[in-house]
Structures are given as structure tokens and as C-alpha cells.
Design a protein around this ligand. Structure first.
Ligand SMILES: Cc1cc2nc3c(=O)[nH]c(=O)nc-3n(C[C@H](O)[C@H](O)[C@H](O)COP(=O)(O)OP(=O)(O)OC[C@H]3O[C@@H](n4cnc5c(N)ncnc54)[C@H](O)[C@@H]3O)c2cc1C
Length: 283
């Protein structure tokens, strides 16, 4: 099984601040991490590899320092890593990002066909959840998004069965390989890196593609020139006026506390009570 996992190096969003005057994101001094959703994808890919054999390649598009994210992923257990980096990629929106990544995956597939592409559900900085589906469309892959667990992989029949979270519940979906999967948070338990993998990650060369090496001839499809999205405004949301209320739970049954809380909510929003009662009557 030849699996590619797309990982993105992101600023640790808990420490991001927006510049009060320019309204731009202040990245200086903010530590970077692997996008947390991508770790669930990586773990899912590693479990499949451990089950049926094959290899897992991690792929990222970013500046040269994104190599750090790739090495971390190798320390966790990825076999190979590819860094897609070029000044032509600067300023890419999701359209240009998914184009560049799909070209790199096509390049990787020249050595051996790719059976599965994994992405996270979304990133914690861009948050669009568009890149995975964008890659799938460009490569003509079936896509399984919002996957909460992988139920089965039949390598012989070349079929994968997953559980997908939807608004109304859980769907069980089966599709043929090759396909693209985006994983949800909490879908598995991410393993710790082993000492041999961490040591290997430190010394193994990372394959680097620039635009030409990824087979991109028309660089106007990349970076700012290939990005129709325009960011009109970035701003920090105003802190909410409502403060959390501490409830004294000493010597009171939990049911009484819950009843009081519900009554207080309905008193503040009477329409909510009517809506809920109406919906319950219809159900
Ligand atoms: C006009 C414009 C200019 C921009 N300029 C920059 C810029 O200069 N620098 C910058 O960092 N961002 C820039 N961005 C943000 C950029 O669009 C997003 O970072 C990028 O397209 C990914 O989108 P996302 O973060 O919403 O990913 P999502 O679609 O939410 O990501 C889903 C999944 O796709 C995969 N993925 C996403 N991005 C990558 C990646 N780079 N490598 C590997 N896998 C990936 C991951 O598996 C991820 O979990 C710009 C955006 C716009 C609109």
C-alpha cells in the first residue's frame, strides 16, 4: 500500500495574535506545530501500513523550515518525506495549494502508484477544509471526508470502508482505491515516536521538489498569481461580554442544578423554549 499523507506546518494557534494596527497575523516568535488534524491522518495511515504493508510518505508544501514538520512526522513513524518548496508557491490560496500538492502527488506516483491520500479535516490556521477535496478533484479520486474511523481495508479487493460523521449521524461508506480520506479529530490515538524512528528522522535526507521538479510548467497557477481568493479583512473577534458563572454544587443534587440552569436559559431566551417544545412535538 503506497500512502501519501499531506501535513501542514501551522503556527500554534493558541499563541497567535492579530496586530492591533495592521490587523495582520503576527507570526514572529510563534512556535510551529504539525496541524493537529493531520496527526490523526498520519496515525490512520501508519495503522493501515502496519496492517497490510507498504509505505507512508508525508508531504508538505511550505517554506524550507517546514522540513521540521516532516522530520517530526518521520519520528512518529512515516517512512519517507517530501518537501514542496519554491518562491513561486508564496501566497497560495486553497486553489493553488491543492494544485501544487496534486502535482507533487502525481510525481510521487511515478515511482509507484499511490493507493491512498490522507489529509486532515481542516487546518487550525486557514480552517477552510478545501485542500483535501481540491486534491481529490484534481487527481480524479473518490473522496471520503469527515472520517471518524476506518472500519476495514481489503487490499486484495482494493476497497476501503469507513465511518463518516454527518449532521444526522454516522454513515458507513465503502469505496474503491485509490481514494482520498480526510480524518476527524479524536479518530484514533496518536502513537509516540520510537527512539529508532526519531534517530532515523534526524539523519534521513528529505526529498525536496521545487515547482519544476513537481512537474509544474505553468507557475502562474501557483502562489499569489494562481490564487483568486482575496483576503479583505483580518480581525480578532471581540471578547464575549458574558462571563462564565460559577455554580456552588455543595450539598445540591446535580438534577436540581441542571433544572435551574435550563430554567435560567429559557428565562433569558423564551423563544428557544417554544422552538424546542415545538420540535420535540414534531419528533
Ligand atoms: C490570497 C491568499 C494568500 C495566502 N498567502 C499565504 C502565504 O503566503 N503563506 C501561508 O502559509 N498561507 C497563505 N495563505 C493561506 C493559504 O490559503 C492556506 O494556508 C492554504 O491554502 C491551505 O488552506 P487551509 O489552511 O484552509 O487548509 P485546509 O483546506 O483546511 O486543509 C485541509 C488539509 O489539507 C492539507 N493541507 C493544507 N495545506 C497544506 C500544505 N501547505 N501542505 C500539505 N498539506 C496541506 C492538510 O492535510 C490539511 O489538514 C493565503 C491565503 C490566501 C487566500
Amino acid at each position: 500500500m503506497n500512502i501519501v499523507v499531506c501535513i501542514k506546518q501551522v503556527p500554534d494557534s493558541a499563541q497567535i495574535r492579530v496586530h492591533p494596527v495592521t490587523n495582520t497575523i503576527m507570526r514572529q516568535g510563534v512556535p510551529t506545530i504539525i496541524n493537529p488534524y493531520d496527526l490523526y491522518s498520519l496515525e490512520a495511515a501508519l495503522q493501515l501500513r502496519d496492517q497490510v504493508g507498504g509505505k507512508v510518505t508525508v508531504l508538505t508544501m511550505g517554506p524550507p523550515m517546514a522540513e521540521d514538520a516532516l522530520r517530526k512526522a518521520m519520528g512518529i513513524g512515516a517512512d519517507k518525506a517530501v518537501l514542496l518548496t519554491d518562491r513561486f508557491f508564496a501566497g497560495s490560496d486553497t486553489l493553488a495549494t491543492s494544485y501544487a500538492l496534486s502535482m507533487a502527488i502525481t510525481k510521487i506516483a511515478e515511482d509507484e502508484p499511490v493507493d491512498l491520500v490522507f489529509c486532515g479535516k481542516q487546518t487550525i490556521d486557514g480552517d477552510t477544509a478545501q485542500v483535501g477535496p481540491g486534491i481529490a478533484c484534481r487527481l480524479g479520486l473518490n473522496q471520503l471526508t469527515y472520517v471518524s474511523s476506518i472500519e476495514a481495508l481489503d487490499a486484495k479487493a482494493r476497497e476501503i470502508t469507513v465511518q463518516r460523521r454527518s449532521e444526522g449521524g454516522v454513515q458507513v461508506l465503502k469505496t474503491k482505491l485509490p481514494c482520498m480520506v480526510t480524518m476527524l479529530e479524536g479518530s484514533n490515538t496518536i502513537r509516540r515516536g520510537s527512539m529508532p524512528n526519531v534517530l532515523r528522522a534526524g539523519r534521513e535526507p528529505i526529498k525536496t521538489f521545487n515547482a519544476a521538479a513537481a512537474g509544474i510548467e505553468d507557475v502562474t497557477r501557483c502562489g499569489l498569481r494562481g490564487s483568486p481568493t482575496v483576503v479583505k479583512k483580518v480581525f480578532a473577534p471581540k471578547p464575549r461580554a458574558d462571563k462564565a458563572k460559577l455554580i456552588d454544587t455543595t450539598n445540591r443534587p446535580t438534577s436540581d442544578i441542571a433544572n435551574d440552569a435550563v430554567e435560567a436559559i429559557f428565562a433569558a431566551a423564551p423563544k428557544l423554549q417554544t422552538d424546542l417544545v415545538g420540535r420535540a412535538a414534531q419528533a
